[in-house]
Design a protein around this ligand. Structure first.
Ligand code: NAP
Length: 293
């Protein structure tokens, strides 16, 4: 197989699990010159679909066929299936077996390691709502890489080929790293949902409220990127506006009491950011703490 880019190593890549991440990774790696040669999934139709979208990729009936022909096999099944899939296949020395889970350790790949394969984790720190979005969002992501030796170099090179950056994680770091991603990604969605719930109290539908909030959300992300923490924090806590916070608490108590405890808790977590920004002193911080506690 001829690689399209002379910098890309001639590693024949295979996929087991033709879902969102498998399909996006296969398409993008192939586009960067990696020979993606094999795929199998739980259903042949998913594997066929992935193979149709990637030049030179064969769809196989069995997962073993992928394990037999590929130098590097990505296990892109749901997390809960990884260990069983790996345990039921025969692996060989010289090949690599890599999963894309953010929370799973390398323990689930132990049968492949015992058979002489190198094992690793390659987690795209990104959110993929669909295959099309995954193909679009994958380039430029940060990839959490957990492995060593030759495979570490290969995965670092893949992250760079995907126009992304990489961070190396140790075995003990994975679960906290994933919990951090839940704060930054999933809970951001939850916060916007809570915000749109409040808009409904004054008669604006969720889609309309979401549209109206988008420029604010984009502005916040821009400030995070360009100004950084803690200086990007604005709002009543950053300014130390006790009166405004009191009004918020009273309005929430009246119209949305279920959100009060979340507002208080997030407020308490925001006070140290405001202090670090330096616009409030420790006395004002303590007053806000008493108000919110
Ligand atoms: N989605 C995200 O935002 C995201 C982000 C970062 C990392 N990840 C990680 O990427 C991995 C894949 O997630 P995903 O979102 O791509 O999941 P997904 O869209 O649900 O796709 C999983 C695929 O695996 C196939 N599959 C399920 N059980 C299987 C088995 N026993 N043997 C072979 N194939 C099997 C499915 O079957 P069919 O053949 O029936 O289609 C499906 O195509 C996970 O480890 C996840 O943690 C996901």
């Amino acid at each position: 197989m001829i690689s399209k880019n002379s910098d890309i190593p001639e590693i024949r890549v295979g996929f087991i699990g033709a879902g969102t991440v498998g399909t996006a990774l296969a398409a993008r790696l192939s586009g960067k010159g990696y020979p993606v040669i094999a795929v199998a999934s739980r259903s042949k139709s998913s594997a066929d679909k992935l193979a149709e979208s990637v030049d030179g990729c064969n769809s196989y009936e069995t997962k073993q066929a992928v394990a037999d022909v590929a130098d590097l096999v990505f296990i892109t099944t749901p997390d809960d299936a990884i260990a069983q899939v790996v345990a039921e296949l025969k692996w060989h020395p010289g090949q690599s077996v890599v999963h894309c889970s953010g929370a799973d350790s390398l323990d689930s790949l132990e049968p492949a390691r015992r058979a002489g394969a190198q094992v690793g984790g390659f987690h795209p720190l990104q959110t993929f709502a669909s295959v099309a979005h995954a193909i679009e969002n994958l380039p430029g992501s940060t990839f959490a890489v957990e492995t060593e030796g030759e495979l570490l170099e290969t995965l670092k090179q893949m992250a760079s080929a995907l126009e992304g950056t990489w961070i190396r994680l140790g075995a003990g770091d994975k679960v906290l790293y994933h919990a951090a991603a839940v704060f930054a990604c999933n809970y951001l969605v939850t916060l916007v949902k809570l915000s749109t719930d409040l808009w409904q109290v004054f008669g604006v539908s969720t889609p309309e409220a979401t549209r109206a909030l988008m420029p604010l959300l984009r502005g916040t992300l821009n400030n995070l990127e360009n100004v950084g923490l803690p200086n990007c924090l604005t709002g009543p806590i950053a300014r130390g506006d006790l009166g405004t916070i009191k009004k918020h608490l009273a309005a929430l108590e009246k119209s949305a009491p279920a959100l009060l405890s979340t507002y208080r808790e997030l407020g308490l977590q925001t006070i140290p950011v405001a202090l670090a920004k330096g616009k409030i002193d420790s006395q004002r911080a303590e007053e806000m703490r008493r108000l919110l506690a």
